[in-house]
Design a protein around this ligand. Structure first.
Ligand SMILES: NC(=[NH2+])NCCC[C@H](N)C(=O)O
Length: 307
């Protein structure tokens, strides 16, 4: 039986699902892309190749294994993008949530069914019809659950709006002891620099009391201010619009002191090293062309001390 326990974003990681680029197949048609950065690279002829992405993900897997983490990989579904495991399910406390996600991606869960089958069925929850969420929008953080979501006006308008109010409310009902705080994000289906696809594309807690944040990702200044008050200005690392586009907030914590970064994130690496973090760097620039990075490709199952 697989033990589930995740109460925050950084406690020492013991078990994780890491997506796979194997079988991702050829360049999708422009009209089949579901995020603006992929569209940009399809149009420019620079869409990433399977072989390069497989190498990047293997490098990431090696770093996780070096730190003693048990890594599960999805079973391969031919010609299907299974890189971003984060979104297709998520663990909060000792529950595995099966959310309702973007239609174009709803077969992805089949690749990790063999992992779900090893969980206690009483710990697996299915979100009801009409309630939508993707794991990139969901972040347990101590007594809080931070959730990126869109109200109907945006949810119905954008393919990149993936979590709705019903999804947020489902999470509040299931976890009555947590303070569920929703944040509306700025969305664009056509311009990646104006789009916070998920909450983890503009914000992520690190260490024990810090966070990486891009103010422009938040639709409402009061939501951004909530986080400034919660973490304290001195504990926030602000990133620029270009850094958001390069996905600097989508790093991944193996523990409160060890953070995995894309190898080109020099400015962020320096800031984190100056604060005493151990920084692991992996090549992930090809994967970043699909508007996801390290956090997006992981689905933590168990973090130590968290329960
Ligand atoms: N957790 C995340 N931010 N995931 C990114 C997923 C990117 C993927 N291209 C999509 O549009 O669904």
């Amino acid at each position: 039986m697989i033990k589930l326990s995740v109460v925050d974003e950084t406690s020492p990681l013991e078990a994780v699902i890491l997506g796979t680029a194997q079988g991702v197949g050829d360049v999708p048609k422009l009209e089949d892309a579901y995020d603006p950065k992929s569209k940009e690279h399809i149009a420019a002829g620079t869409y990433p190749k399977e072989k390069d992405m497989v190498q990047e993900m293997d490098a990431f897997a090696k770093v996780l294994e070096k730190h003693g983490v048990k890594v599960y990989r999805p079973e391969i579904i031919p010609d299907y993008n299974q890189i971003f495991s984060r979104d297709i399910g998520f663990v909060i406390d000792d529950k595995f949530i099966k959310p309702r996600i973007l239609k174009d991606r709803d077969e992805e869960i089949q690749g990790i069914q063999y992992v779900i089958d090893q969980m206690d069925p009483a710990q697996v929850l299915q979100m009801p019809e009409g309630a939508h969420a993707e794991g990139g929008d969901v972040m347990p953080w101590k007594d809080h659950l931070f959730v990126g979501y869109s109200e109907a006006e945006d949810y119905e308008k954008y393919i990149v709006a993936r979590t709705n109010r019903a999804g947020l409310e489902f999470l509040q009902e299931q976890f009555p002891n947590k303070k569920v705080k929703g944040f509306q994000l700025n969305k664009s289906d056509d311009n990646a620099k104006e789009n916070a696809l998920h909450l983890d594309c503009c914000f992520q807690p690190i260490g024990t009391n810090m966070a990486i944040i891009y103010k422009g990702g938040f639709k409402y200044e009061e939501d951004y201010n909530y986080l400034v008050n919660y973490f304290g200005e001195e504990n926030l690392i602000h990133i620029t619009k270009d850094e958001m586009y390069e996905m600097n907030s989508n790093v991944f914590s193996i523990s409160p002191n060890v953070v995995v970064l894309e190898q080109g994130f020099d400015r962020l690496a320096k800031i984190l090293e100056d604060k005493g973090f151990t920084v692991e760097r992996v090549p992930y620039a090809e994967i970043s062309k699909m508007e996801g990075l390290l956090r997006c490709s992981t689905l933590p199952l168990h973090r130590k001390n968290s329960n």
